[in-house]
Structure formats: structure tokens, C-alpha cells
Ligand binder design. Structure first.
Ligand code: BGP
Length: 526
């Protein structure tokens, strides 16, 4: 799978000398690149991404079961940077959610109503020129409770229709098997992913979807941001702390993580066996940390914090626990129960490529006392005084994307795929559109650094899908008003609105970027 639009820059007439030279150089790289890999050129261009739990809505339609996301309420009166408040949950909160008939409190129950609008939306993605569309399958549409004897045919049919709609326009689905949507039944009647039985349930789910969609889906991701379990264990692993009284909750989380590592390896095996030529990726939250000063202790802190996220992708890419994670388990008395064969399965079925999300970079220091902090993706860090922040505090750092690409490629030497990148902002609909020049500027700057990583740093980048190609519900704050899309959805934080779609200014810009294969980024350069 090649990211061609950046390397395959058209010799658009009128390109200036510098840009023309750049194009020549890129073509050379492309030739070398393809020779080195002898890979068939699936023209994967720049495109977009969503996730079922944040896009579909239709939470109780089509035979779908209830997921952890359907029980996650918003807290609109709480500071958007207070992640603890936005992401903590108790068994009582879940019981209240299951009794509640007020869907306005639970934004993901309606989300962007993609369940009823997906045909119209995919048509607009095709209009922008998408050649790939990252989405997820909601586990609870296929096995409503996770432990059901038989799959739900209505759910299987729904995704058949979604994939057919994509393929009708020549759009390749890139499918995440688990994106923040474990069945709530696993939380209440098992121990979420801390239960060993959940591996078998997940494997059954994967066997069913790979068999059903083997002629429609070639590219898969196993667990979205597998590392995020440590930061929001409920959303990623169906773990609620009050259900593990007297237990070391970090140990419970790592036990659940082990089960997901085994499940991910088994899912990779199933994909490769059922779908020849399929590619399976892990998916990492790329949190890029800078030392706040050049003090050695700050540099060490940044290195340690980077490792605290790499340990998950290291495990899935190298197929074994890295020594430093095993050392952590030993030093902190974390005991992971493993069964005979677990480590062999993980070693035998590592992922084929590394996908990741990148939104912002963050600063860290050994001693953060007195330093200003700001929010980032699923975490709070020290504010970098040299770069701007979004309305939600996430710092805007295009060079950080290049740093992340180089870091990951040097570490893994496997093809990379940016599956989330974008700007959550307060968009205002005026006269049927949104002037989101700030979003265009964000993408323009990030694309340039992505190009530098390919052209100058030699990174093997397979593809790029922007996050939230259409407005969808924010994971961290459950807000619809934190908008990411090129397409505005008329719906507020409590689900009120017409759900009509409107093209933002960035819609046509993105369309032009794709149709010119990126050359328009350099128009007007001397
Ligand atoms: C990533 C998740 C996405 C999405 C994204 C944007 O961590 O994989 O599902 O949520 O972050 O973050 P947010 O929705 O919190 O603005």
C-alpha cells in the first residue's frame, strides 16, 4: 500500500522551478521506494477517518447491543481539560445510564447519526476524492453482548452495505476491529478485558467479520490506541475500578492489556489465513514528549515518558514484551497471569504495519511544580510556551508530526500509517458553511512536515487519514461542539439539530489537495 499523492506529485503545468525540482526528487524516491518494496501500487491517497462509537449513533437499532460508549455521559459544565472528571465512571453511573431514557445525556447514542446518513456521507467522501476510509465495526452490532451464541445478521448486513457503498466509489475500507466499543455486558458480567474468556469472544467476533468481509476489506487495525487502556481503562478495556475492590488496579489493567495483545496476535493470524494479502496494523496514540529544559533529568523524563507509550507498540510490532516493561512489572510487583503458548502466539503473529494518531506534542519535566499545564490527547502535560494551542488546549506542532514519523520509523522499520490527525475546533455555521481557514492552515502545515519526513528523512509512509473527516463526538469530552470535520453536522452537544450536512471551506481545499496529488501545497512558491 503506497501513499502516492505525496510522492506521485503531478507535473502540474506552471509548477515553479523549485517545486518542479522537488517533484523530480520525489519521483526518484518513489521509484527507489517502489523498487525496494516491489509492492503493487494500491493508490492509497490522503483520506479520512471515523469510529463507530463516535459517528454512527443508532445505539439501539438493528439488533445492536449496548456498548461502554452508550453509557458514557457528557459533563458539559466541567472544564474541558479536566479529563479525570470527563472519563471517570462507576458501576452506579452505568446502572443509571442503563435506566435512563434521556439520550441527550449520552451523546454517542445519536452521535452524527451515521447509521442513517452513511450513504450520503460516503458520497461526499468520494466527492473529495477519498481512496481509503478508516472506520470501525461496532462489536455490539455483531455480537450484542459479546458472549452471544450467534452473530446478529442485521448488524452484519449493515456493514456489508457500508463496505459496498465505499467500494462503489473505489474507496478502500481500513477497518478498526475495536475502537472504544466493548459490550457493556462484558463489564457487568465478566471483568471486561481482565477476563481471559474475552479473548475467545473477541476471536469469534474476528473470525465472523473476516469471513463475512474477506472480499471487501483487506486492511485492518486490531485495537484503537491499545496504549490508551492505561489512561481510560473503561473506554478501551471495559474496566471499572470499583469492580476490583482490594486489587492493584494497574495490575488489572496490564492483565487486560495482555489479553488484548494475545487477541491482537490471534486476530492477525485469522486475517492472514482468511484474507490472503491482507495487512494488519497496530494503532498507537503517538504522544510526543519534549523535555521542558535541557536539564539531563528533564531529558530522561521525556525518554521515560516516550517509552511508557512505546511499550505497547513494541509488544505488538516485535511480538514480545520489551525488557523495560518486564522490569516495570517486576519492580512494581505487577504479576501478569499468562497461559502456555501466549508468548509464542504473540511472537508468531506481530503486526504488518504501525498506524498511529498524532494531534499535538507535549512538554515534560522531572519537577513540574509551578509550570503551566495544558491538555493533550487523553492526558495533561506541561504547556510549551513556543507553540500555539487549540480551543481545547491541545498544542499545535506540525514539526512534532515529522519528529514522530522519524521516531517511529527508526524504531520499527515497518511501514507507517497516520490514521488520525486533525484539529478539534469551535466551528460556526454561517450562511450554510463554515470558514475554517484555521483547519486548512493546520493541515497545510502538517502535510508539509509529512512530506519532509518522506522526502528528507526517508520514512515509509503508507497512507494518511484525517481524524473526523465529518463532525463526530469527541472521545475526551463527549462533545459534538469539538468539531474536526470537513463536513459540518447540524447537531449540538445534547443531540438537538437537523443532522443536515454542510461543506466547510476546508472541504474544497482538501478536495483540491487530493486532486492535485498535493502539488497545490507548493503553488505560488518561487
Ligand atoms: C483519539 C481517538 C479518537 C478521537 C481522537 C480525538 O485518541 O482514537 O477516537 O477521539 O482521539 O480526540 P477527542 O475526540 O477527544 O477530541
Amino acid at each position: 500500500m503506497q501513499l502516492l499523492w505525496l510522492l506521485h506529485l503531478q507535473d502540474a503545468a506552471g509548477q515553479t522551478k523549485k517545486a518542479a525540482l522537488r517533484i523530480q526528487r520525489l519521483r526518484k524516491i518513489q521509484t527507489l521506494h517502489l523498487k525496494a518494496h516491489q509492492q503493487e501500487q494500491a493508490a492509497i491517497l490522503v483520506s479520512g477517518a471515523t469510529a463507530a462509537n463516535q459517528y454512527e449513533g443508532g445505539w439501539n437499532e438493528g439488533g445492536k447491543g449496548i456498548s461502554v460508549s452508550d453509557c458514557a455521559r457528557h459533563h458539559l459544565d466541567v472544564d474541558v481539560q479536566d479529563y479525570k472528571a470527563h472519563n471517570s465512571i462507576t458501576t452506579k453511573d452505568i446502572e443509571d445510564a442503563l435506566k435512563s431514557t434521556d439520550d441527550s445525556l449520552y451523546p454517542k447514542r445519536h452521535a452524527s447519526d451515521g447509521y442513517h446518513h452513511y450513504k450520503e456521507d460516503i458520497k461526499m467522501y468520494a466527492e473529495m476524492g477519498f481512496k481509503v476510509y478508516r472506520m470501525s465495526i461496532a462489536w455490539t452490532r455483531i455480537f450484542p453482548n459479546g458472549d452471544d451464541k450467534e452473530p446478529n445478521e442485521e448488524g452484519l448486513k449493515f456493514y456489508d452495505d457500508v463496505f459496498d457503498e465505499c467500494l462503489k466509489y473505489g474507496i478502500e475500507p481500513l477497518v478498526t476491529m475495536s475502537h472504544y466499543e466493548p459490550p457493556i455486558n462484558l463489564v457487568l458480567n465478566y471483568d471486561g478485558w481482565a477476563s481471559r474468556e474475552v479473548i475467545d469472544m473477541f476471536v469469534r467476533y474476528v473470525e465472523v467479520i473476516c469471513e463475512r468481509y474477506k472480499n471487501k476489506v483487506k486492511y485492518w487495525l486490531t485495537f484503537n490506541e491499545v496504549d490508551s487502556m492505561i489512561r481510560h481503562p473503561y473506554t478501551t478495556g471495559g474496566l471499572v475500578e470499583d469492580r476490583f475492590p482490594g486489587r492493584n488496579f494497574q495490575e488489572v489493567i496490564f492483565q487486560a492489556m495482555h489479553h488484548q495483545f494475545v487477541a491482537s496476535a490471534l486476530a492477525t493470524k485469522i486475517c492472514h489465513e482468511k484474507i490472503p494479502g491482507s495487512k494488519v496494523g497496530c494503532m498507537l496514540t503517538k504522544l510526543t514528549y519534549y523535555p521542558y529544559t535541557c536539564k539531563p533529568e528533564d531529558v530522561l523524563q521525556a525518554q521515560q515518558d516516550m517509552r511508557s507509550t512505546y511499550c505497547y507498540s513494541d509488544t505488538q510490532v516485535f511480538g514480545e514484551y520489551p525488557a523495560y516493561l518486564l522490569a516495570k512489572f517486576k519492580n512494581e510487583g505487577i504479576h501478569i497471569k499468562m497461559e502456555e503458548g501466549d508468548l509464542d502466539i504473540m511472537k508468531q503473529y506481530p503486526v504488518d504495519f504501525v498506524s498511529f494518531s498524532y494531534y499535538s506534542s507535549s512538554c515534560v519535566a522531572k519537577n513540574a511544580d509551578g509550570l503551566k499545564t495544558t491538555a493533550a490527547n487523553t492526558m495533561i502535560a506541561i504547556k510549551n510556551p513556543h507553540i500555539p494551542s487549540s480551543d481545547w488546549g491541545w498544542q499545535i506542532d506540525p514539526i512534532g508530526l515529522r519528529i514522530s514519523l522519524v521516531d517511529l520509523y527508526d524504531r520499527y522499520r515497518k511501514p507507517l500509517f497516520i490514521v488520525e490527525n486533525g484539529l478539534g475546533a469551535k466551528d460556526e455555521l454561517v450562511n450554510g458553511t463554515v470558514d475554517d481557514q484555521y483547519r486548512i492552515d493546520y493541515f497545510d502545515a502538517h502535510f508539509r512536515e509529512m512530506l519532509n519526513a518522506i522526502e528528507i528523512d526517508g520514512v515509509d509512509l503508507m497512507g494518511y487519514t484525517s481524524w473526523g473527516c465529518i463532525d463526530i463526538v469527541s472521545e475526551s469530552t463527549k462533545q459534538m461542539s469539538k468539531r474536526y470535520g470537513f463536513i459540518y453536522v447540524d447537531c449540538d452537544d445534547e443531540g438537538n439539530g437537523t443532522y443536515k450536512r454542510y461543506k466547510k471551506k476546508s472541504f474544497d481545499w482538501y478536495k483540491h489537495v487530493i486532486e492535485t496529488n498535493g502539488a497545490c501545497l507548493f503553488e505560488g512558491e518561487e
